[in-house]
Design a protein around this ligand. Structure first.
Ligand code: GLN
Length: 432
């Protein structure tokens, strides 16, 4: 039944594939040479389960999507107080490469613009550029759960052409924000921008943030929950630069974009999204990346201010009530991520039952996405030669306007069990 979610993803990708608006970054030749039509989309759930669609194996440079991770590393290594002394957390409302500091404090306004990102590099304790980069490289790789590569051509080009970033670094030095040699710090910054990722890496890195710093597949803690909380906070307010307000309103997920065409978005506690599409708008965001995130948020109900409730522990109990009859008791609020878990559990087990009874009388609230997904599940079970029964005394699952054609709905578990017994008996008879 994972294919139900897979279909959503493929559908969303297909909807946006025809949008060829925007332009490739061309400040260095390497970025202007990539395939403009690529569109990769990946979704990692909080347990590490991944959905992928399109060009999800294509590697591209992480560019500014690196900034939250370097900021997190600085926080991790020297603590929030020391980082706050050098980098603010206020949205700048300016372009990412603005040569500016906060007028009142003389610090970069936030770590998501280049000035703040370069300052963040300088805060990583290290004996040399290589040492700093090695720490950063390892940290990003731990978030992704695999060793990431580096695009040496992009690094060389960034370094050869980075006058504006040089201007920023020397300006920061003049304000006393940068300790150390600006050229050495810039070298690390250029290398960090050239780290190679796929949309799936970005989804996995986002999922590690969604899990409060624990990489879902290994269960390994990469950084503390406090570091993640601070990092996600600045992603909310500053991650999309001068488009931050529009992004939070329309998409409602902490996110970061980069001129390589990547966007990463985090739904805390639930999931991480990675998108790759290299055609950019005039603010340097992936045009289709933004559109895909908007669609996913709207159609799957992912806005973080509408998902303030517990929605993960939705299976309260699962047990075999009779031979061939498995009961799944759900509770809490059913939203996308929780329902996805339910579907995957039932899919894993459907070889072991003839009839599944979904007991939803303890479900408090359910959104339209979850209703559609559960309706799809009933069809899936029927196609697989199983039966799905529903105990739904309050009619919580009824989709307005859609008759419950394939489901049989009962007011109590006992009634459903009686029906399940005769369904199992009928199946056994016809089999035997
Ligand atoms: N390497 C680019 C720069 O520093 C990254 C910018 C971005 O992705 N927004 O200018």
């Amino acid at each position: 039944m994972a294919e139900l979610v897979q279909e959503y993803l493929d559908q969303i990708r297909a909807e946006h594939l025809g949008n060829t608006g925007g332009a490739l970054a061309d400040y260095i030749p390497e970025l202007a040479r990539v395939d403009p039509s690529a569109l990769g989309l990946s979704l990692s759930l909080a347990d590490g389960y991944i959905y992928e669609s399109g060009d999800f194996t294509t590697e591209f440079t992480i560019q500014s999507v690196s900034k939250p991770f370097t900021y997190a590393l600085a926080l991790d290594r020297i603590g929030q107080q020391a980082v706050d002394a050098k980098i603010g957390v206020e949205p700048s409302g300016e372009a990412f490469n603005e040569i500016s500091v906060d007028k009142a404090t003389d610090r970069p306004k936030n770590p998501m613009i280049n000035a703040g990102a370069i300052a963040a590099v300088s805060l990583i304790p290290g004996t040399s550029a290589d040492d700093r980069f090695a720490q950063l490289h390892e940290f990003y790789s731990a978030f992704a759960g695999r060793r990431l590569g580096v695009d040496h051509d992009v690094y060389a080009s960034e370094k050869a052409t980075g006058s504006r970033n040089r201007a920023i670094a020397y300006m920061l030095q003049s304000f006393g924000v940068l300790d150390g040699d600006p050229e050495e710090i810039l070298d690390v910054y250029f290398r960090q921008c050239a780290i190679k990722v796929t949309s799936t890496d970005l989804a996995r890195m986002a999922a590690t943030l969604a899990r409060g710093g624990v990489e879902p597949r290994s269960g390994r803690r990469v950084t503390s929950a406090a570091v993640v909380q601070r990092t996600l906070s600045v992603m909310v307010t500053c991650g999309m630069y001068d488009a931050a307000g529009d992004w939070v309103s329309a998409v409602g997920m902490p996110a970061k974009s980069g001129v390589g065409g990547g966007i990463t978005a985090v739904l805390p506690g639930q999931l991480g999204i990675g998108v790759y599409s290299p055609l950019l708008d005039d603010k340097g965001h992936s045009v289709r990346g933004v559109e895909v995130c908007r669609s996913m948020s709207a159609s799957l109900g992912l806005h973080f201010l509408s998902v303030t409730r517990e929605s993960r522990s939705t299976i309260r109990a699962a047990y075999d009530a009779r031979p061939g009859v498995r009961v799944y008791e759900l509770h809490g609020d059913l939203l996308f991520a929780g329902t996805e878990q339910v579907l995957r559990n039932i899919e894993r087990e459907y070889d072991d039952f003839d009839v599944a009874i979904l007991e939803v009388s303890r479900v408090d609230d359910i959104d339209a996405t979850a209703r559609r997904m559960l309706a799809g599940m009933r069809e899936f079970l029927n196609v697989a030669g199983r039966e799905g029964l529903l105990v739904d005394p309050d009619d919580t699952l009824r989709v307005a306007g859609v008759p419950n054609s394939t489901a049989r709905v009962f007011g109590t578990l006992d009634d459903a069990l009686l029906a399940a017994e005769s369904a199992v008996a009928a199946r056994r008879n016809s089999d035997g």
